[in-house]
Design a protein around this ligand. Structure first.
Ligand SMILES: [Zn+2]
Length: 332
């Protein structure tokens, strides 16, 4: 009898250990956005853990708040060039609006995709004329399949890549194929225009470099006397590959890391304004102090999404107005 009891309690301990492992595993899946919280909730309740793991249906609440906030706080002036450097935490995404046309560069992390989609819709936009995935890293392409699934897309650009098997990338390829949307392989010197705005691909590497950052599509937009450069996560090697003109507003490469923004490059472009997309207290300790100092030494005014939120540039082609907006698209 005693022996049997012992065996039973051993069995219970085993059960408890397995339960704890499953619970930790589910929490990790949710934490790293491998599964969304709604899916984790479903699995949790199927296994009878709904009292332990039951994430708030935050996506509905978060999305409603975001839509209200975007409608209230972001004012687009269609006859001016509007550039929104979205606060997507430790990730990257810019939305460009001019007259009735739009360009989206990157789409944040996986968990940001839905918020970006709803934010863009809240601005009354249903078509993205040009969508650019600068390179395959998750902090740039994670939310892109949500974008492709949610909007009519004119042209889609992305560097060539064969090595990534990450689920966000496979999902994106599937979404593009479902939409029958072709990937335009960008080449250096490719141009397109929106009314009197010209856009030019300044860098891209379609040879699948070991460091995916080196593949980054770098885009320059010219409007009147103003020039805007979007670096993706391009590194020093890319900066050295060509000559650069004076730039008015720079979207800083690689979140202010010291792999990018070399002295030589900054001395060529001498930006008036630099915008750094970066997450609050990020584990990479970005932006690097040395990079901030480099910009300060050449008199560049720095804005950062972790401190300034979403940043809007409004331009009439002669000057730039900078507006800080307290709206976050960070789904983490
Ligand atoms: Zn990045």
């Amino acid at each position: 009898m005693r022996k049997r009891k012992k065996w039973r309690s051993k069995k219970n301990i085993k059960k408890i250990i397995i339960s704890v492992i499953i619970i930790i595993f589910l929490l990790l899946l949710a934490k790293f956005n491998i599964l969304n919280t709604n899916t984790v909730n479903t699995i949790s309740s199927t296994l009878g853990f709904e009292n332990i793991i039951n994430f708030e249906e935050k996506s509905v609440k978060e999305n409603t708040e975001l839509i209200e906030n975007v409608s209230k706080s972001i004012k687009i002036e269609p006859n001016k060039l509007n550039i929104l450097y979205l606060d997507v935490g430790q990730a990257d995404s810019e939305l460009i609006i001019y007259k009735d046309k739009t360009i989206l560069i990157d789409a944040g992390n996986r968990s940001d995709g839905e918020l970006i989609v709803n934010g863009i819709k809240a601005l009354g936009i249903s078509k993205l004329d040009y969508v650019i995935g600068t390179h395959i890293h998750e902090d740039h392409l994670g939310g892109m399949s949500d974008i492709v699934n949610s909007f009519e897309i004119g042209e889609y650009y992305m560097p060539y890549n064969t090595t990534t098997t990450a689920s966000y990338y496979e999902n994106l390829l599937e979404s593009l194929s479902d939409k029958q949307e072709n990937i335009n392989k960008a080449s250096i010197g490719d141009r397109f225009s929106i009314d009197d705005i010209t856009c030019e691909i300044m860098c891209v590497d379609n040879n699948d470099p070991d460091d995916a950052n080196e593949a980054s599509i770098v885009l320059q937009i010219n409007y009147g006397a103003q020039k805007y450069l979007f670096m993706g996560d391009a590194v020093e090697k890319n900066e050295e590959e060509r000559n650069w003109e004076d730039i008015d507003v720079l979207k800083v490469g690689h979140h202010g890391s010291d792999t990018s923004s070399s002295k030589k490059f900054l001395n060529q472009i001498l930006p008036e304004i630099a915008i750094i997309p970066v997450g609050e207290n990020n584990s990479y300790n970005l932006p690097k102090e040395t990079i901030i100092n480099r910009f300060e030494n050449i008199g560049t005014k720095i804005y950062r999404t972790d401190q300034d939120g979403t940043i809007q540039i409004l331009s009439d082609g002669n000057s730039n107005e900078v507006i800080k907006i307290d709206v976050s698209f960070d789904g983490n």
